[in-house]
Design a protein around this ligand. Structure first.
Ligand code: GMT
Length: 380
């Protein structure tokens, strides 16, 4: 199939999922055309089946708000025509679903083009529904473009439920969970050597990975780590960047633990860094899925996360990770200490985390679900 994929190309989870999906589909022989304002960040290697089309947004003095959505719709239709795309798959409803809807309409009704069908799939990721989507400025048009989609998917049962409740969507929503490439995301012979760059052999290593937005509660990460390091020798890697990084750094300084926390900023090859850790902290206010936790689990890193949104669909409490109420830093620190202080439990939970990732969320299990959905749409 020839598939156009649109996503936010920066460090958000939806862009990561879209890019990894494109790569996996390309590896299966599909032709993938990414259409966005810049090259997706995880698209690091050239691939014969992957193409990138940049959307240029012209700036005019009149445009206080340059109309990216229109430029995107135009580029989608153009790419669809030139490369004979079979369908569009957009990740994050706002504004991508609206642009895809316009592109589909242009392909059908534009008197200059030979009319043809261009179905689109919208994949909902989380804040497009739970936060941004509920803003009255966006809600009606987002609801409309979701309803208009030829196929709708959500990355968890919880997000599906929230979308139906809050958006009153009547269109069937297929739950297709996020996935991880278990061949890439795993510990390797080089892991132990690399670990020494971040921690001494006697220290435990914790990790947090996010875009440091308020919803991630990054200061809670520092709070939890402070409690852990006061009991056992430990270090923390903070991977990513965003608006709350400074608050986390300031708190770390106030607590006098700044030298034990490595603020690494945005990183490529995330799997190499995740794989050296023992425990991942994900104390988010909301997480429709928690891709960072899944990626950690594939690398045998035990997640300690909030019991919110779709996270309980990924982590089974006390089996392959721990769940606690959002904001309950005491319990999260206790759970981290429990597993970090017991070698046998750590080994057991590491194996269980990897087993869950492999058995339920591996690319081999999930990608065929997208392919089947695409096929069903083309047969309509
Ligand atoms: O919160 C983020 O990291 C960004 C956001 C996005 O859409 O870019 O993430 C959402 O999508 C991820 C990938 O599907 C999920 O793993 C995250 O749980 C979800 N974030 C929230 O719901 C807050």
């Amino acid at each position: 199939m020839r598939i156009g994929i649109t996503c936010y190309p920066t460090y958000g989870g939806s862009g990561v999922v879209a890019t990894e999906l494109g790569i996996e589909l390309a590896n299966r022989g599909h032709d993938i055309h990414f259409i966005s304002y810049s090259q997706p960040i995880r698209l690091t290697e050239p691939h014969p089946h992957i193409h990138f089309h940049e959307v240029e947004v012209s700036q005019y003095p009149l445009f206080e708000y340059p109309p990216y959505d229109l430029a995107l719709a135009t580029r989608m239709a153009e790419v669809a025509e030139i490369y004979g795309l079979d369908l569009l798959h957009v990740h994050y409803a706002i504004p991508h679903s609206v642009s895809a809807m316009l592109a589909r309409q242009m392909m059908c009704h534009d008197h200059v083009r030979t009319p043809r069908r261009l179905p689109y799939v919208t994949t909902l990721h989380g804040t497009d529904i739970t936060l941004v989507g509920l803003d009255r400025s966006y809600l009606p048009i987002t609801r409309f473009s979701i309803e208009q989609s030829d196929g709708v998917t959500a990355i968890s049962e919880d997000l599906k439920r929230a979308t139906i409740e809050r958006f009153e969507i009547t269109k069937p929503i297929h739950v297709i969970h996020n996935f991880v490439n278990c061949d890439l995301y795993q510990r390797s012979a080089a892991t132990e050597e690399r670990r020494l760059e971040f921690a001494k052999p006697e220290e435990r290593l914790l990790v947090h990975l996010s875009n440091f937005r308020p919803v991630k509660r990054v200061t809670d990460v520092v709070e939890i780590f402070d409690r852990v390091q006061s009991k056992i020798p430990a270090r923390l890697m903070m991977i990513g960047d965003g608006p709350d990084r400074r608050a986390a750094e300031r708190l770390a300084c106030e607590r006098g633990i700044h030298d034990k926390i490595h603020f690494m900023g945005k990183q490529d090859l995330v799997y190499e860094k995740l794989a050296v850790a023992d425990v991942m902290l994900l104390p988010s206010e909301m997480e429709s899925f928690g891709l960072a936790a899944l990626e950690a689990m594939a690398c045998e890193v035990v997640p300690v996360a909030s019991r919110v949104g779709g996270v309980p669909e990924v982590i089974e409490d006390r089996v392959d990770g721990f769940l606690a109420e959002a904001g309950d830093v005491e319990t999260m620190a206790e759970r981290a200490l429990e597993v970090l202080g017991d070698d046998a439990l750590l080994t057991k939970m590491r194996k269980a985390a990897r087993a869950t990732a492999k058995a339920r969320f591996c690319t081999t299990k999930i990608i065929p679900k997208y392919e089947a959905l695409y096929r069903s749409m083309l047969e309509q």
